[in-house]
Design a protein around this ligand. Structure first.
Ligand SMILES: C[S@@+](CC[C@H](N)C(=O)[O-])C[C@H]1O[C@@H](n2cnc3c(N)ncnc32)[C@H](O)[C@@H]1O
Length: 236
C-alpha cells in the first residue's frame, strides 16, 4: 500500500474498494479477458507510451501484452488479488515492470517522476476520479503524456440515460458507467491532445499532456486549470 497516511474515512473507503475488487478479481479474466475488449484500439493508444510509465490500475494485467517492449513500467492497483493475478503477465513483459499495491488517489511517488501515465477502464472504478487525475498530473513530468482508454457517459440523450440507469446497479460492484471523464481530465489540469472513439462516443482513447509552464508563469498560475475543451472527437 501507499506510504501516504489518509484520514479515517479514506481508509474505510479504500478497504471497501479493495475488498470489492479482490472479489471481482476471481472471475475478472473470464468476464473481461476477451480481445473483444477493443484490443487493437488499446494497442494503438499504448504505442504512445514512452520512458518511465505509470499504469493505473493494472488489474489482472490483461493489457501488459500490448505495452511496447523495453519501457520501465510501474503498475499499481488497490486490489492485492488483482495484483497477484497480474504477476505472471508482468514476468513475461520484455523490460522492467514493477507491481505495487497503492491507492490511485494517494500515489507514493515523487512529483514529475514519470514520462507517461496510462489508465484503462480505471476512471469508472476509482471512487474520486478528479483527485486521482490530479495525482497523475502531479507525478507526470511537464511535457509528459496521459493515455487513457475509458468508457464514459454518452452525449446521446437515449444512451446517456441508459448508462445512468445501468450505473444504479453497476455501482454496487464498483463501476460507474456515466462519468464525464474528458471534463475530469481537463479539471485536473491536463490539455487534451486527441480523443478517438473505440465505440460510439462511449468508449474513448484519450490522449492528454501536462504542458510545461511558460518561463514567466508562477507555480500558482501553472496549477490553476481547467483550460477549456478544445478537442474534437474522431469517430472511426
Ligand atoms: C475495470 S478494472 C480495470 C483493470 C485493467 N485496467 C483492465 O482494463 O483490465 C478496474 C481496476 O481498478 C482498480 N481500482 C479501483 N479503485 C482503485 C483505486 N482507488 N486505486 C487503485 N486501483 C483501483 C481495481 O482493483 C481494478 O483492478
Amino acid at each position: 500500500m501507499s506510504s501516504v497516511t489518509p484520514s479515517g474515512r479514506r481508509v474505510s473507503v479504500r478497504r471497501t474498494v479493495s475488498k470489492i475488487w479482490d472479489l471481482r478479481a476471481l472471475l475478472y479474466d473470464v468476464c473481461e479477458g476477451s480481445d473483444l475488449r477493443r484490443g487493437p484500439a488499446k494497442a494503438e493508444l499504448f504505442r504512445h507510451m514512452r520512458g518511465r510509465a505509470l499504469f493505473v490500475a493494472v488489474g489482472t494485467g490483461l493489457d501488459i501484452k500490448r505495452f511496447p517492449p523495453g519501457l520501465e513500467i510501474v503498475g499499481i492497483d488497490i486490489s492485492e488479488t488483482m495484483l497477484r493475478r497480474a504477476e505472471p503477465r508482468a514476468h513475461q513483459y520484455p523490460g522492467p515492470l514493477k507491481l505495487l499495491q497503492m491507492d490511485a488517489a494517494h500515489l507514493g511517488f515523487a512529483d514529475a517522476s514519470f514520462d507517461t501515465a496510462v489508465t484503462s477502464c480505471t476512471m469508472c472504478s476509482v471512487p474520486d476520479p478528479v483527485r486521482t487525475l490530479r495525482e497523475l498530473y502531479r507525478v507526470l513530468r511537464p511535457g509528459g503524456s496521459l493515455l487513457m482508454f475509458e468508457h464514459v457517459r454518452s452525449r446521446n440523450p437515449v444512451f446517456g440515460l441508459a448508462l445512468d440507469l445501468m450505473t444504479l446497479w453497476t455501482r454496487l460492484s464498483g463501476t460507474e458507467m456515466n462519468r464525464d471523464t474528458v471534463q475530469n481530465v481537463v479539471a485536473a489540469g491536463f490539455r487534451i491532445v486527441s480523443i478517438e472513439s473505440a465505440y460510439l462516443d462511449i468508449v474513448l482513447a484519450i490522449r492528454g499532456t501536462k504542458d510545461a509552464p511558460p518561463k514567466n508563469h508562477t507555480r500558482r498560475e501553472a496549477q490553476r486549470g481547467p483550460r477549456g475543451l478544445t478537442h474534437t472527437l474522431t469517430v472511426r
